[in-house]
Design a protein around this ligand. Structure first.
Ligand SMILES: [Cu+2]
Length: 272
């Protein structure tokens, strides 16, 4: 009788162990796909960012992404949200002047003067990766303006960003687009409501803070032009992030009024 009990116990223990092993065996590794792409960032047509430019470099290893983003000539002392955009139904390109065709948005008195992020959607699709300097990189952080680069000379790198298989494939096949946001339509040196009004993406932010400024398609064929010291691996250099974030926070709070509230709310919801 004693042996019988022992046997039962052994069986009961063995079953879950086998189940766990089966689970691991069935979790197939992600389809291996590696590559490097570069986006040459140029002014979005019609936006007042003449002379601005930059480069987005993205490396993919399976479903792990690392990137370096550089942008020059955008509004000084202001945060610049930056993303990888993709949409299966999008045109996989940067907006043209013809995309500036939506009816006037709330608060927008002259719709022809502003190409909004929404108007650019048919060209580049939705946000699929938020190119933040720290923390979350999902679309949820698309307007986390306290975690993006600040000013007119931005450069930072990050590694270990996890993306879906679909997004990895889109990037490697030249269908993803890097967009850096933030323009100063009225030239007052800060993000303000002006005649653009508040953003259609977040009514507590000025539209100037979220409209697209420079843009480029991630393209593997441009790798020959890639400068030395390109995408660095892993780690993620976030040195100076806190300082830069504070500057951006101050600039927005002063400029926007409601923007300060937005930042406070954003913080509680994304950082724990
Ligand atoms: Cu974007």
């Amino acid at each position: 009788m004693g042996t019988s009990v022992k046997r039962t116990t052994r069986t009961a223990l063995a079953a879950p162990v086998l189940g766990l092993a089966a689970l691991f065996a069935s979790a197939a590794p992600a389809l291996a796909a590696d590559g490097a792409t570069v986006a040459d960032l140029k002014p979005v047509p019609g936006q007042p960012v003449d002379g601005a430019g930059g480069q987005g470099m993205v490396e993919i290893s399976g479903t792990t992404l690392s990137f370096t983003l550089a942008a020059q000539g955008l509004l000084a002392d202001a945060p610049h949200a930056a993303h990888i955009h993709f949409g299966a139904d999008a045109r996989h390109e940067c907006p043209t002047a013809a995309d500036n065709n939506a009816a006037a948005l709330a608060g927008e008195t002259n719709e022809g003067d502003h190409l909004t992020t929404t108007e650019g959607g048919p060209a580049y699709g939705e946000i699929v990766v938020s190119l933040t300097k720290s923390g979350d990189t999902s679309p949820k952080s698309g307007l986390a303006v306290d975690r993006f680069g600040v000013g007119d000379d931005i450069k930072y790198s990050r590694g270990d960003v996890q993306v879906s298989e679909e997004v990895a494939q889109a990037i490697l096949s030249g269908q993803a687009v890097v967009v850096v946001h933030g323009v100063d339509y009225d030239g007052d040196g800060a993000y303000s409501a002006g005649d653009r009004g508040m953003s259609d993406l977040d009514p507590s932010l000025p539209g100037e803070a979220t409209d697209p400024a420079i843009c480029g398609v991630l393209n593997a064929s441009q790798m020959g032009d890639m400068p030395s010291g390109g995408v660095s691996t892993g780690g993620g250099s976030t040195t100076g992030t806190e300082h830069a974030g504070l500057i951006g926070l101050g600039a927005l709070a002063v400029a926007g009024g409601g923007a300060g509230l937005f930042l406070a709310r954003r913080r509680t919801s994304t950082e724990s």
